[in-house]
Ligand binder design. Structure first.
Ligand code: ACM
Ligand code: ZN
Length: 537
Protein backbone atom coordinates (compact mmCIF):
# COMPACT_ATOMS: atom_id res chain seq x y z
CA UNK A 1 0.00 0.00 0.00
CA UNK A 2 1.31 3.42 -0.96
CA UNK A 3 -0.21 5.60 1.75
CA UNK A 4 -1.35 8.53 -0.36
CA UNK A 5 -4.74 10.28 -0.37
CA UNK A 6 -6.27 10.85 -2.85
CA UNK A 7 -5.17 7.52 -4.30
CA UNK A 8 -3.02 8.08 -7.40
CA UNK A 9 -4.36 6.75 -10.70
CA UNK A 10 -1.38 4.43 -10.99
CA UNK A 11 0.89 3.49 -8.09
CA UNK A 12 3.16 0.47 -8.38
CA UNK A 13 5.29 -0.72 -5.49
CA UNK A 14 8.76 -1.93 -6.53
CA UNK A 15 11.31 -3.98 -4.64
CA UNK A 16 14.00 -2.09 -2.73
CA UNK A 17 14.29 1.07 -0.68
CA UNK A 18 15.97 4.43 -1.08
CA UNK A 19 17.90 5.70 1.89
CA UNK A 20 16.96 9.39 1.83
CA UNK A 21 18.92 11.67 4.17
CA UNK A 22 16.75 14.00 6.25
CA UNK A 23 18.26 16.99 4.51
CA UNK A 24 18.41 15.73 0.95
CA UNK A 25 19.50 17.76 -2.04
CA UNK A 26 16.97 18.72 -4.71
CA UNK A 27 17.96 19.91 -8.17
CA UNK A 28 15.60 21.37 -10.69
CA UNK A 29 15.62 22.33 -14.35
CA UNK A 30 16.21 26.04 -14.82
CA UNK A 31 12.57 26.82 -15.64
CA UNK A 32 11.37 25.04 -12.48
CA UNK A 33 13.61 26.98 -10.12
CA UNK A 34 10.82 29.28 -8.93
CA UNK A 35 8.62 26.30 -8.13
CA UNK A 36 11.53 24.62 -6.39
CA UNK A 37 11.47 27.07 -3.50
CA UNK A 38 7.89 26.31 -2.72
CA UNK A 39 8.46 22.61 -3.16
CA UNK A 40 11.17 22.78 -0.52
CA UNK A 41 8.94 24.74 1.83
CA UNK A 42 6.11 22.25 1.43
CA UNK A 43 8.05 19.09 1.97
CA UNK A 44 10.32 20.78 4.44
CA UNK A 45 13.25 18.39 4.61
CA UNK A 46 15.26 19.31 1.53
CA UNK A 47 17.84 21.78 0.36
CA UNK A 48 18.63 22.97 -3.16
CA UNK A 49 21.64 21.25 -4.64
CA UNK A 50 23.52 20.97 -7.96
CA UNK A 51 23.65 17.17 -7.84
CA UNK A 52 20.86 16.28 -5.48
CA UNK A 53 19.12 13.03 -4.90
CA UNK A 54 15.72 14.42 -5.98
CA UNK A 55 15.37 15.65 -9.55
CA UNK A 56 12.55 17.88 -10.76
CA UNK A 57 11.88 17.87 -14.50
CA UNK A 58 9.08 19.06 -16.78
CA UNK A 59 7.01 16.63 -18.77
CA UNK A 60 7.60 16.66 -22.49
CA UNK A 61 4.07 17.98 -23.07
CA UNK A 62 2.21 20.26 -20.70
CA UNK A 63 -0.48 18.34 -18.76
CA UNK A 64 -2.66 20.14 -16.25
CA UNK A 65 -2.05 19.10 -12.62
CA UNK A 66 -0.32 15.87 -13.71
CA UNK A 67 2.88 14.44 -12.29
CA UNK A 68 5.00 11.33 -12.27
CA UNK A 69 7.06 10.32 -9.24
CA UNK A 70 9.63 7.56 -9.47
CA UNK A 71 11.59 6.30 -6.48
CA UNK A 72 14.55 4.01 -7.18
CA UNK A 73 17.31 2.85 -4.86
CA UNK A 74 19.46 5.71 -6.18
CA UNK A 75 17.18 8.71 -6.58
CA UNK A 76 13.73 10.27 -6.83
CA UNK A 77 12.66 11.71 -10.15
CA UNK A 78 9.62 13.96 -10.32
CA UNK A 79 8.19 14.96 -13.67
CA UNK A 80 5.45 17.58 -13.63
CA UNK A 81 2.98 18.63 -16.32
CA UNK A 82 2.72 22.14 -14.89
CA UNK A 83 3.42 23.94 -11.64
CA UNK A 84 0.29 22.55 -9.98
CA UNK A 85 1.52 19.07 -10.95
CA UNK A 86 4.83 19.74 -9.24
CA UNK A 87 3.04 21.03 -6.17
CA UNK A 88 0.90 17.88 -6.05
CA UNK A 89 3.95 15.67 -6.46
CA UNK A 90 5.35 17.40 -3.37
CA UNK A 91 2.11 16.65 -1.48
CA UNK A 92 2.34 13.00 -2.48
CA UNK A 93 5.98 12.76 -1.42
CA UNK A 94 5.18 14.48 1.86
CA UNK A 95 2.55 11.86 2.72
CA UNK A 96 4.90 9.04 1.76
CA UNK A 97 7.74 10.41 3.90
CA UNK A 98 5.43 10.86 6.85
CA UNK A 99 4.59 7.18 6.90
CA UNK A 100 8.17 5.99 6.17
CA UNK A 101 10.25 4.22 8.71
CA UNK A 102 13.51 5.99 9.61
CA UNK A 103 16.97 4.69 10.26
CA UNK A 104 19.76 6.83 11.68
CA UNK A 105 17.85 9.95 10.73
CA UNK A 106 17.31 8.86 7.13
CA UNK A 107 13.96 7.97 5.52
CA UNK A 108 13.62 4.41 4.20
CA UNK A 109 11.54 5.24 1.13
CA UNK A 110 10.08 2.19 -0.61
CA UNK A 111 10.76 2.16 -4.33
CA UNK A 112 7.69 2.91 -6.42
CA UNK A 113 6.33 4.40 -9.59
CA UNK A 114 3.42 6.81 -9.42
CA UNK A 115 1.62 8.35 -12.34
CA UNK A 116 -1.16 10.73 -11.48
CA UNK A 117 -3.65 13.32 -12.71
CA UNK A 118 -7.12 14.33 -11.51
CA UNK A 119 -10.55 13.09 -12.54
CA UNK A 120 -12.19 16.51 -12.07
CA UNK A 121 -10.76 19.98 -12.53
CA UNK A 122 -13.10 21.41 -9.86
CA UNK A 123 -12.42 19.90 -6.42
CA UNK A 124 -13.98 22.06 -3.78
CA UNK A 125 -14.62 22.67 -0.11
CA UNK A 126 -17.18 25.21 1.10
CA UNK A 127 -17.01 27.00 4.44
CA UNK A 128 -19.92 29.01 5.84
CA UNK A 129 -18.51 31.93 7.79
CA UNK A 130 -21.83 33.77 8.00
CA UNK A 131 -23.28 31.53 10.72
CA UNK A 132 -19.97 31.52 12.55
CA UNK A 133 -16.91 33.59 11.84
CA UNK A 134 -13.57 31.78 12.23
CA UNK A 135 -11.01 34.30 10.99
CA UNK A 136 -7.69 34.39 9.13
CA UNK A 137 -5.73 31.67 10.96
CA UNK A 138 -8.49 29.07 10.74
CA UNK A 139 -8.99 29.77 7.04
CA UNK A 140 -5.27 29.57 6.30
CA UNK A 141 -5.02 26.27 8.15
CA UNK A 142 -7.97 24.93 6.18
CA UNK A 143 -6.33 26.02 2.92
CA UNK A 144 -3.11 24.22 3.94
CA UNK A 145 -5.04 21.03 4.62
CA UNK A 146 -7.02 21.30 1.40
CA UNK A 147 -3.79 21.68 -0.57
CA UNK A 148 -2.37 18.60 1.16
CA UNK A 149 -5.22 16.57 -0.35
CA UNK A 150 -5.12 18.26 -3.78
CA UNK A 151 -8.38 20.18 -3.33
CA UNK A 152 -8.21 23.26 -5.50
CA UNK A 153 -11.34 25.35 -4.93
CA UNK A 154 -12.39 27.16 -1.76
CA UNK A 155 -16.05 28.18 -1.89
CA UNK A 156 -16.37 30.91 0.69
CA UNK A 157 -19.91 31.54 1.95
CA UNK A 158 -19.47 35.09 3.16
CA UNK A 159 -23.00 36.35 3.71
CA UNK A 160 -26.29 35.03 4.99
CA UNK A 161 -29.21 35.96 7.24
CA UNK A 162 -26.93 35.65 10.29
CA UNK A 163 -24.00 37.81 9.17
CA UNK A 164 -22.23 39.82 6.45
CA UNK A 165 -18.51 39.02 6.60
CA UNK A 166 -16.77 41.11 3.96
CA UNK A 167 -16.00 44.81 3.90
CA UNK A 168 -17.70 46.74 1.09
CA UNK A 169 -16.31 50.29 0.89
CA UNK A 170 -19.38 51.80 -0.71
CA UNK A 171 -21.80 50.31 1.86
CA UNK A 172 -20.08 50.51 5.27
CA UNK A 173 -23.23 49.55 7.21
CA UNK A 174 -22.97 46.03 5.79
CA UNK A 175 -20.19 45.38 8.25
CA UNK A 176 -20.96 48.06 10.88
CA UNK A 177 -24.43 46.56 11.36
CA UNK A 178 -24.52 43.41 9.25
CA UNK A 179 -21.50 41.64 10.74
CA UNK A 180 -22.91 41.65 14.29
CA UNK A 181 -25.76 39.73 15.85
CA UNK A 182 -27.02 39.84 19.40
CA UNK A 183 -27.02 36.08 20.12
CA UNK A 184 -26.94 32.60 18.55
CA UNK A 185 -29.19 29.58 18.91
CA UNK A 186 -27.48 26.51 20.32
CA UNK A 187 -28.32 22.81 20.47
CA UNK A 188 -30.13 21.99 17.25
CA UNK A 189 -32.93 22.74 14.82
CA UNK A 190 -35.79 22.25 17.27
CA UNK A 191 -34.40 23.73 20.40
CA UNK A 192 -35.08 27.24 21.62
CA UNK A 193 -31.85 27.74 23.57
CA UNK A 194 -29.34 30.55 23.22
CA UNK A 195 -25.64 31.05 23.71
CA UNK A 196 -26.25 34.30 25.57
CA UNK A 197 -23.59 36.45 23.93
CA UNK A 198 -23.19 38.48 20.76
CA UNK A 199 -21.27 37.19 17.73
CA UNK A 200 -19.42 39.26 15.15
CA UNK A 201 -16.54 39.38 12.69
CA UNK A 202 -15.67 40.28 9.11
CA UNK A 203 -12.75 40.41 6.69
CA UNK A 204 -11.32 43.72 5.55
CA UNK A 205 -10.50 43.99 1.86
CA UNK A 206 -6.78 43.84 2.70
CA UNK A 207 -7.33 40.59 4.57
CA UNK A 208 -9.27 39.18 1.63
CA UNK A 209 -6.37 40.01 -0.68
CA UNK A 210 -3.99 38.27 1.72
CA UNK A 211 -6.11 35.11 1.81
CA UNK A 212 -6.58 35.07 -1.97
CA UNK A 213 -2.84 35.24 -2.46
CA UNK A 214 -2.18 32.62 0.24
CA UNK A 215 -4.61 30.28 -1.53
CA UNK A 216 -3.17 30.96 -5.00
CA UNK A 217 0.29 29.93 -3.78
CA UNK A 218 -1.28 26.59 -2.89
CA UNK A 219 -3.02 26.27 -6.28
CA UNK A 220 -6.39 27.02 -4.72
CA UNK A 221 -8.90 29.33 -6.36
CA UNK A 222 -11.39 31.13 -4.12
CA UNK A 223 -15.01 31.32 -5.26
CA UNK A 224 -16.85 33.75 -2.98
CA UNK A 225 -20.58 33.51 -2.43
CA UNK A 226 -22.94 36.38 -1.76
CA UNK A 227 -26.26 34.61 -1.32
CA UNK A 228 -29.16 36.45 -3.01
CA UNK A 229 -32.05 37.24 -3.39
CA UNK A 230 -32.80 35.26 -0.17
CA UNK A 231 -30.57 34.51 2.84
CA UNK A 232 -30.15 38.29 2.71
CA UNK A 233 -31.33 39.44 6.16
CA UNK A 234 -27.92 40.83 7.19
CA UNK A 235 -28.16 43.16 4.17
CA UNK A 236 -31.78 44.11 5.06
CA UNK A 237 -30.69 44.93 8.63
CA UNK A 238 -28.10 47.31 7.19
CA UNK A 239 -30.13 48.71 4.28
CA UNK A 240 -33.89 47.99 4.77
CA UNK A 241 -34.79 49.46 1.34
CA UNK A 242 -33.43 46.29 -0.30
CA UNK A 243 -36.54 44.33 0.73
CA UNK A 244 -40.02 44.69 -0.73
CA UNK A 245 -41.33 46.18 2.52
CA UNK A 246 -39.05 48.61 4.31
CA UNK A 247 -39.52 47.31 7.85
CA UNK A 248 -36.94 47.22 10.65
CA UNK A 249 -35.09 43.93 10.72
CA UNK A 250 -32.18 42.64 12.78
CA UNK A 251 -29.32 40.40 11.76
CA UNK A 252 -30.83 36.98 12.51
CA UNK A 253 -29.74 35.20 15.66
CA UNK A 254 -31.84 32.11 14.90
CA UNK A 255 -30.55 29.51 12.50
CA UNK A 256 -33.70 28.64 10.62
CA UNK A 257 -35.41 25.32 11.16
CA UNK A 258 -38.19 25.66 13.73
CA UNK A 259 -36.49 28.02 16.17
CA UNK A 260 -37.64 31.36 14.67
CA UNK A 261 -41.21 30.06 14.65
CA UNK A 262 -40.91 28.79 18.22
CA UNK A 263 -39.63 32.25 19.17
CA UNK A 264 -42.68 33.83 17.50
CA UNK A 265 -40.57 35.65 14.94
CA UNK A 266 -42.26 36.94 11.80
CA UNK A 267 -40.65 38.47 8.73
CA UNK A 268 -37.38 36.63 9.27
CA UNK A 269 -37.28 34.80 5.98
CA UNK A 270 -37.56 37.24 3.08
CA UNK A 271 -36.13 37.91 -0.35
CA UNK A 272 -34.71 41.08 -1.90
CA UNK A 273 -37.10 43.18 -3.94
CA UNK A 274 -36.63 42.49 -7.63
CA UNK A 275 -38.96 45.31 -8.66
CA UNK A 276 -36.87 48.24 -7.42
CA UNK A 277 -33.91 49.32 -9.54
CA UNK A 278 -32.14 50.37 -6.34
CA UNK A 279 -31.71 46.66 -5.50
CA UNK A 280 -29.71 46.13 -8.70
CA UNK A 281 -27.66 49.28 -8.14
CA UNK A 282 -26.69 47.93 -4.71
CA UNK A 283 -25.90 44.44 -5.98
CA UNK A 284 -23.82 45.62 -8.92
CA UNK A 285 -21.84 47.99 -6.67
CA UNK A 286 -21.14 45.16 -4.23
CA UNK A 287 -20.19 42.75 -7.01
CA UNK A 288 -17.90 45.28 -8.64
CA UNK A 289 -15.84 45.57 -5.44
CA UNK A 290 -15.77 41.80 -4.99
CA UNK A 291 -14.88 41.05 -8.62
CA UNK A 292 -11.76 43.14 -8.17
CA UNK A 293 -10.81 41.27 -4.97
CA UNK A 294 -11.36 37.73 -6.25
CA UNK A 295 -9.64 36.90 -9.55
CA UNK A 296 -11.44 33.53 -10.03
CA UNK A 297 -13.55 33.26 -13.20
CA UNK A 298 -16.52 32.07 -11.11
CA UNK A 299 -18.81 33.85 -8.67
CA UNK A 300 -21.50 32.19 -6.54
CA UNK A 301 -24.79 34.03 -5.99
CA UNK A 302 -26.60 31.29 -4.08
CA UNK A 303 -30.20 31.62 -5.19
CA UNK A 304 -31.48 28.85 -2.89
CA UNK A 305 -34.60 28.75 -0.75
CA UNK A 306 -36.01 32.07 -1.98
CA UNK A 307 -39.44 32.81 -0.44
CA UNK A 308 -41.63 34.31 -3.14
CA UNK A 309 -44.81 35.39 -1.30
CA UNK A 310 -43.82 39.02 -0.87
CA UNK A 311 -43.05 39.30 -4.58
CA UNK A 312 -46.68 38.37 -5.28
CA UNK A 313 -47.90 41.32 -3.17
CA UNK A 314 -45.20 43.93 -3.79
CA UNK A 315 -46.26 46.70 -6.21
CA UNK A 316 -42.66 47.09 -7.45
CA UNK A 317 -42.25 43.38 -8.16
CA UNK A 318 -45.69 43.19 -9.78
CA UNK A 319 -44.84 46.15 -12.02
CA UNK A 320 -41.59 44.46 -13.02
CA UNK A 321 -43.46 41.29 -13.93
CA UNK A 322 -45.90 43.20 -16.15
CA UNK A 323 -43.14 45.20 -17.83
CA UNK A 324 -40.99 42.14 -18.49
CA UNK A 325 -43.94 39.86 -19.40
CA UNK A 326 -43.11 37.41 -16.61
CA UNK A 327 -45.91 34.95 -15.84
CA UNK A 328 -44.75 33.66 -12.48
CA UNK A 329 -42.58 34.55 -9.50
CA UNK A 330 -40.22 31.74 -10.58
CA UNK A 331 -39.71 33.65 -13.81
CA UNK A 332 -39.13 36.78 -11.74
CA UNK A 333 -36.20 35.03 -10.01
CA UNK A 334 -34.98 33.95 -13.47
CA UNK A 335 -35.10 37.60 -14.56
CA UNK A 336 -33.04 38.53 -11.49
CA UNK A 337 -30.45 35.81 -12.13
CA UNK A 338 -30.16 36.68 -15.83
CA UNK A 339 -29.70 40.37 -15.06
CA UNK A 340 -26.99 39.67 -12.49
CA UNK A 341 -25.46 37.16 -14.90
CA UNK A 342 -25.30 39.72 -17.71
CA UNK A 343 -23.41 42.05 -15.36
CA UNK A 344 -21.06 39.27 -14.25
CA UNK A 345 -20.40 38.28 -17.86
CA UNK A 346 -19.31 41.84 -18.68
CA UNK A 347 -16.69 41.36 -15.97
CA UNK A 348 -15.59 38.00 -17.35
CA UNK A 349 -17.26 35.94 -14.60
CA UNK A 350 -19.44 32.85 -14.76
CA UNK A 351 -22.14 32.64 -12.13
CA UNK A 352 -22.86 29.63 -9.96
CA UNK A 353 -26.33 29.09 -8.41
CA UNK A 354 -27.85 26.39 -6.17
CA UNK A 355 -30.00 23.95 -8.11
CA UNK A 356 -33.39 25.42 -7.05
CA UNK A 357 -32.57 28.46 -9.15
CA UNK A 358 -32.43 26.23 -12.26
CA UNK A 359 -36.26 26.12 -12.12
CA UNK A 360 -36.32 29.62 -13.59
CA UNK A 361 -37.46 29.58 -17.19
CA UNK A 362 -35.06 31.19 -19.63
CA UNK A 363 -31.99 31.02 -17.40
CA UNK A 364 -28.83 31.64 -19.42
CA UNK A 365 -27.07 28.29 -19.79
CA UNK A 366 -23.65 29.79 -19.06
CA UNK A 367 -24.76 29.82 -15.40
CA UNK A 368 -23.42 26.80 -13.50
CA UNK A 369 -25.85 24.83 -11.34
CA UNK A 370 -24.75 23.42 -8.00
CA UNK A 371 -26.77 20.31 -7.16
CA UNK A 372 -27.20 20.01 -3.40
CA UNK A 373 -30.79 19.07 -2.56
CA UNK A 374 -31.60 15.75 -0.86
CA UNK A 375 -34.45 15.20 -3.28
CA UNK A 376 -34.20 14.49 -6.95
CA UNK A 377 -34.58 17.80 -8.83
CA UNK A 378 -36.51 17.46 -12.06
CA UNK A 379 -35.06 20.74 -13.36
CA UNK A 380 -31.47 19.56 -13.44
CA UNK A 381 -31.63 17.27 -16.45
CA UNK A 382 -33.40 19.75 -18.77
CA UNK A 383 -30.74 22.28 -17.78
CA UNK A 384 -27.98 19.88 -18.80
CA UNK A 385 -29.86 19.24 -22.03
CA UNK A 386 -29.68 22.98 -22.71
CA UNK A 387 -25.91 22.74 -22.37
CA UNK A 388 -25.60 23.89 -18.75
CA UNK A 389 -22.77 22.72 -16.48
CA UNK A 390 -23.05 21.28 -13.00
CA UNK A 391 -21.09 21.05 -9.76
CA UNK A 392 -22.30 18.16 -7.63
CA UNK A 393 -22.61 18.21 -3.85
CA UNK A 394 -25.55 15.95 -2.98
CA UNK A 395 -26.61 16.41 0.60
CA UNK A 396 -26.38 12.73 1.60
CA UNK A 397 -22.68 12.57 0.71
CA UNK A 398 -21.32 16.09 0.80
CA UNK A 399 -22.99 17.91 3.70
CA UNK A 400 -20.28 17.70 6.33
CA UNK A 401 -22.30 19.67 8.86
CA UNK A 402 -24.45 16.58 9.38
CA UNK A 403 -23.76 14.14 12.22
CA UNK A 404 -21.67 11.13 11.26
CA UNK A 405 -24.51 9.06 12.71
CA UNK A 406 -26.64 10.33 9.85
CA UNK A 407 -24.05 10.46 7.12
CA UNK A 408 -21.16 8.13 7.95
CA UNK A 409 -17.86 8.28 6.14
CA UNK A 410 -18.80 5.70 3.51
CA UNK A 411 -21.73 7.88 2.37
CA UNK A 412 -19.11 10.32 1.21
CA UNK A 413 -16.53 7.83 -0.02
CA UNK A 414 -18.95 5.68 -2.02
CA UNK A 415 -20.63 8.62 -3.72
CA UNK A 416 -20.05 9.02 -7.44
CA UNK A 417 -20.99 12.44 -8.83
CA UNK A 418 -22.11 10.96 -12.14
CA UNK A 419 -23.47 7.45 -11.58
CA UNK A 420 -27.29 7.40 -11.57
CA UNK A 421 -27.61 11.09 -10.80
CA UNK A 422 -27.75 12.17 -14.44
CA UNK A 423 -27.58 10.18 -17.71
CA UNK A 424 -24.08 9.26 -18.77
CA UNK A 425 -24.16 11.46 -21.86
CA UNK A 426 -23.92 14.50 -19.55
CA UNK A 427 -20.78 13.33 -17.71
CA UNK A 428 -18.65 15.94 -19.43
CA UNK A 429 -20.91 18.69 -18.07
CA UNK A 430 -20.09 17.71 -14.49
CA UNK A 431 -17.26 20.10 -13.63
CA UNK A 432 -16.55 18.58 -10.27
CA UNK A 433 -17.61 17.98 -6.73
CA UNK A 434 -17.76 19.88 -3.44
CA UNK A 435 -17.96 19.07 0.26
CA UNK A 436 -19.68 21.68 2.43
CA UNK A 437 -19.42 22.82 5.99
CA UNK A 438 -22.40 24.88 7.10
CA UNK A 439 -21.75 26.23 10.55
CA UNK A 440 -25.05 26.80 12.34
CA UNK A 441 -23.90 24.29 14.98
CA UNK A 442 -20.15 24.69 14.50
CA UNK A 443 -18.62 27.54 16.46
CA UNK A 444 -15.09 26.30 17.23
CA UNK A 445 -12.09 25.08 15.26
CA UNK A 446 -12.28 21.82 17.22
CA UNK A 447 -15.74 21.01 15.90
CA UNK A 448 -14.99 22.38 12.45
CA UNK A 449 -12.13 19.91 12.15
CA UNK A 450 -14.14 17.00 13.49
CA UNK A 451 -16.91 17.56 10.95
CA UNK A 452 -14.43 17.90 8.08
CA UNK A 453 -11.96 15.15 8.93
CA UNK A 454 -11.77 12.47 7.72
CA UNK A 455 -14.68 13.31 5.38
CA UNK A 456 -12.56 15.81 3.46
CA UNK A 457 -10.09 13.02 2.64
CA UNK A 458 -12.93 10.95 1.18
CA UNK A 459 -14.14 13.95 -0.80
CA UNK A 460 -10.63 14.49 -2.15
CA UNK A 461 -10.60 10.93 -3.41
CA UNK A 462 -14.03 11.20 -5.11
CA UNK A 463 -12.86 14.35 -6.80
CA UNK A 464 -9.40 13.18 -7.85
CA UNK A 465 -9.37 9.40 -8.25
CA UNK A 466 -11.10 7.56 -11.11
CA UNK A 467 -13.93 5.35 -9.77
CA UNK A 468 -12.24 2.14 -10.92
CA UNK A 469 -9.22 3.01 -8.72
CA UNK A 470 -11.26 3.53 -5.55
CA UNK A 471 -11.69 1.02 -2.75
CA UNK A 472 -13.16 1.77 0.67
CA UNK A 473 -11.11 -0.62 2.82
CA UNK A 474 -7.90 0.41 1.08
CA UNK A 475 -8.90 4.04 1.68
CA UNK A 476 -9.43 3.38 5.39
CA UNK A 477 -5.95 1.85 5.67
CA UNK A 478 -4.39 4.89 3.95
CA UNK A 479 -6.49 7.18 6.12
CA UNK A 480 -5.03 5.60 9.27
CA UNK A 481 -1.52 6.17 7.91
CA UNK A 482 -2.48 9.79 7.25
CA UNK A 483 -3.59 10.22 10.84
CA UNK A 484 0.08 10.48 11.78
CA UNK A 485 0.35 13.58 9.65
CA UNK A 486 -2.95 14.98 10.94
CA UNK A 487 -1.83 14.31 14.54
CA UNK A 488 1.42 16.16 13.90
CA UNK A 489 -0.59 19.10 12.58
CA UNK A 490 -2.92 18.97 15.60
CA UNK A 491 -6.05 18.24 13.55
CA UNK A 492 -9.02 17.03 15.56
CA UNK A 493 -10.37 14.32 13.22
CA UNK A 494 -13.27 12.02 14.10
CA UNK A 495 -12.23 8.64 15.48
CA UNK A 496 -13.49 5.46 13.76
CA UNK A 497 -16.51 4.75 15.98
CA UNK A 498 -17.77 8.26 15.24
CA UNK A 499 -16.84 8.47 11.55
CA UNK A 500 -17.99 4.96 10.71
CA UNK A 501 -20.83 4.10 13.10
CA UNK A 502 -22.44 0.68 12.76
CA UNK A 503 -26.12 -0.18 12.78
CA UNK A 504 -27.78 2.95 11.48
CA UNK A 505 -31.33 1.71 12.08
CA UNK A 506 -30.71 1.06 15.78
CA UNK A 507 -29.38 4.53 16.16
CA UNK A 508 -32.26 6.27 14.45
CA UNK A 509 -33.85 7.57 17.67
CA UNK A 510 -30.51 8.76 18.93
CA UNK A 511 -29.76 10.43 15.61
CA UNK A 512 -32.98 12.42 15.80
CA UNK A 513 -32.02 13.57 19.25
CA UNK A 514 -28.60 14.78 18.11
CA UNK A 515 -30.02 16.44 15.08
CA UNK A 516 -32.73 18.41 16.80
CA UNK A 517 -31.37 18.98 20.27
CA UNK A 518 -27.84 17.77 20.86
CA UNK A 519 -25.61 18.78 18.01
CA UNK A 520 -22.49 18.39 20.18
CA UNK A 521 -23.12 14.78 21.23
CA UNK A 522 -20.57 13.36 18.79
CA UNK A 523 -18.04 16.04 19.69
CA UNK A 524 -18.17 15.05 23.35
CA UNK A 525 -18.00 11.35 22.48
CA UNK A 526 -15.00 11.98 20.23
CA UNK A 527 -13.19 13.80 23.04
CA UNK A 528 -13.65 10.74 25.25
CA UNK A 529 -12.35 8.45 22.51
CA UNK A 530 -9.25 10.61 22.07
CA UNK A 531 -8.51 10.56 25.80
CA UNK A 532 -8.88 6.77 25.84
CA UNK A 533 -6.61 6.39 22.78
CA UNK A 534 -3.93 8.57 24.37
CA UNK A 535 -3.99 6.51 27.56
CA UNK A 536 -3.63 3.29 25.59
CA UNK A 537 -0.68 4.46 23.51
C1 ACM B 1 -28.23 25.05 0.84
O1 ACM B 1 -27.83 24.18 1.62
N1 ACM B 1 -29.33 25.74 1.11
C2 ACM B 1 -27.53 25.34 -0.38
ZN1 ZN C 1 -40.66 43.77 -4.37
Amino acid sequence: MIPVIPRPQKAIEKPGVLLLPEIAGVCAEKKLEKELTFFLETVGVFAPSKNGIIHLVSMREERKEAYRLIVTEKEIVIEAGDSAGLFYAAQTLRQILFSCEKKDGAFLVPCCEIEDSPRYAYRSIELDEARHFFGMDAVKQLLDLMAQYKINVFHWHLTDDQGWRVEIKKYPLLTEIGSKRRDSTVGGWNRLAFEGKPHSGYYTQDQIREIVSYAAKRHIMIVPEIDMPAHFAAAFASYPYLACREIPCEVQWHFGGRTPLLAGLRHWNRSACIGKDSTFTFIFDVLEELFSLFPAPYFHIGGDEAPKDEWKKCPHCQKRMRQEHLDSVEELQGYFDNRVNAFAKQHGKRLIVWNEALAAKGLDSSVIGQYWTVEWDKNVEPYLQKGGDLIVCKHQACYFDMCYGQYPLWNTYCFDPTARLVPKKYDRQILGVEGLLWTEWVSTAEKLQMQLFPRMLALAEIAWTLPQNKDFSDFVARMHENEKLLDALGVNYAEDPIAMPRGYQHRKKLINRWYYKEQDWELRKNRELKVRKKKQS
